[in-house]
Design a protein around this ligand. Structure first.
Ligand code: ZN
Ligand code: MG
Ligand code: ZN
Length: 483
């Protein structure tokens, strides 16, 4: 092709083609070989910027690096592109389904195409090979990220139906929030969804009491009606919740006893929730709680030959950026002292404020929970937001109100204000940028990688387990016909 022609065709393609997006490597190289156990640890809504913020905070407070930093440095690590079948910004349902099936689907669905064509997940394939299976999350256990590994559902929001699909699939280990999808008192159809598990030899636990003492090779443990409370509220406000570490340790202990190896999906699901709310304190503590869990998982892997640990974020959320402040940015790290004063999540703050707070209450509660004395005009901005009148700038990118207004008044409105965090959130939505990913193995061949696609992980896992399987593919153009 002549250079002129090349430029012409290149430009035509650039202007006209919305799809396809960049896909996975034509044939993703099998970077993992022959694993007996796979642990897939998902950080929902976690960006490299979130990593940087937590990394420096942790180092300053403890003098030690995050385990995540060690993992990125010692393991095979890189970045993952996350777009879904028809959108450059994915949601968690499409993202997790892609990990679990190797195919991109449309946002909002779980391991199913819009025409109803179901995909087969890695958990199903592993189970049919005799592996034990498990899902663990600090969101409701029926929430999108764990659900995509088992359920087939056009609409991710029908968590009661997802619980029914769990009752059919019967993973050996299910631990998370979300009593509401199983309990007959809370389910809309009054069905007791704990019963099919009890009838088939599962230990069923509601709440924390019996959890630590449980001895069983099959377990359904649900804590809290909805999501497991934020780590920041558990730690500083006495919220009743197990830690992600407690949940994960129990799951690993149980699955470790399986005859034929296991595959376990664990999710740190509330980094995403905190970032949606532009809540830097809650996000930090979720990341630190995930890191404590990661430490245990890396140690388990070190002691268990044939185990591979995959860690990845599914997409970014919130678009946080830590920006430089002060002369030559020298005051940038003051962020750590300000983050230290955060002792409650934004939802906890909003609960204290109720539906029509006086400005005096707003000032008090925010100072108590964040150490920041906001201005009267900022308190009025929040007061207006709570009453439904949104006056913060750029509100279009921050539809999650009134909580986004709280985030807005707590971030550094004026760049060198030493009382406000120098973290700016760009949005309350998901973002498109490539996110962190890593693979860590013991006695398992793990090759290095750079930029990968979220479809690749499925093929890594199937090749590790000696499974030869490809799900059917749907084009973006065809998927769009169903909207
Ligand atoms: Zn997500
Ligand atoms: Mg999630
Ligand atoms: Zn999200």
């Amino acid at each position: 092709m002549k250079r002129k022609d090349f430029l012409k065709t290149g430009m035509a393609a650039g202007l006209g083609a919305i799809f396809p997006f960049s896909q996975s490597s034509v044939s993703p190289s099998p970077i993992i070989r022959e694993a007996r156990n796979i642990i897939f640890f998902a950080y929902d809504g976690f960006t490299w910027e979130d990593f940087s913020s937590a990394q420096h905070y942790n180092y300053r407070k403890t003098g030690k690096p995050l385990h995540l930093e060690k993992l990125f440095k010692t393991g095979s690590a890189g970045s993952m592109q996350s777009h879904s079948l028809t959108s450059m910004v994915t949601d968690s349902a499409a993202a997790t389904s892609t990990w679990a099936t190797g195919r991109k689907i449309v946002n909002g669905s779980l391991s199913i195409y819009p025409d109803g064509g179901e995909l087969t997940t890695i958990l199903e394939l592993a189970k049919s090979k005799g592996k034990a299976t498990g899902i663990i999350s600090n969101t409701t256990i029926t929430h999108a990220t764990p659900a995509g590994w088992i359920a087939k559902q056009i609409n991710r929001r029908d968590e009661e139906n997802i619980a029914e699909q769990y009752a059919n699939f019967k993973a050996d280990v299910m631990i998370g929030g979300g009593i509401e999808a199983f309990d007959p008192e809370l389910r809309s159809d009054g069905t007791d969804l704990y019963k099919p598990f009890l009838d088939t030899g599962y230990q069923v636990v509601k709440g924390r009491e019996k959890f630590a003492r449980i001895q069983s090779d099959k377990i359904l443990a649900t804590f809290n009606e909805g999501h497991v409370p934020y780590e920041i509220d558990r730690r500083f406000r006495g919220a009743d919740a197990p830690t992600l570490l407690e949940m994960s340790k129990k799951g690993v202990e149980i699955l470790d006893g399986s005859d034929n190896g296991f595959i376990l999906h664990i999710e740190s699901g509330r980094i995403d929730h905190a970032n949606h709310r532009n809540d830097a304190g809650a996000s930090l503590w979720e990341t630190l709680a995930a890191d404590e869990t990661l430490c245990m998982l890396m140690e388990y892997t070190d002691h268990t030959p044939g185990t591979v640990l995959i860690v990845a974020s599914d997409h970014g959320t919130g678009g946080a950026s830590v920006y430089g402040v002060g002369e030559r940015y020298r005051a940038s790290s003051n962020i750590h002292d300000l983050l230290d004063r955060r002792t409650a999540s934004f939802p906890w703050i909003m609960d204290q404020l109720g539906n029509s707070p006086e400005t005096a209450l707003i000032l008090d509660v925010i100072e108590d929970a964040t150490g920041v004395l906001v201005t009267l005009s900022d308190a009025e901005l929040l007061q207006q937001a709570i009453s439904g009148e949104i006056n913060m700038p750029d509100a279009a990118a921050f539809p999650r109100q009134p909580i986004a207004t709280l985030g807005w008044i707590l971030k550094g409105g004026s760049n060198d204000d030493p009382t406000h965090l120098n973290i700016n959130y760009g949005t309350t939505q998901h973002t498109a940028g490539a996110v962190p990913a890593a693979v860590y193995g013991n006695g398992v061949e793990v090759k290095p990688f750079g930029l990968v696609d979220n479809t690749d992980f499925f093929y890594w896992m199937t090749s590790a387990l000696g499974i030869n399987y490809k799900n059917p593919e749907m084009s973006a153009e065809k998927a769009l016909q169903f909207y």
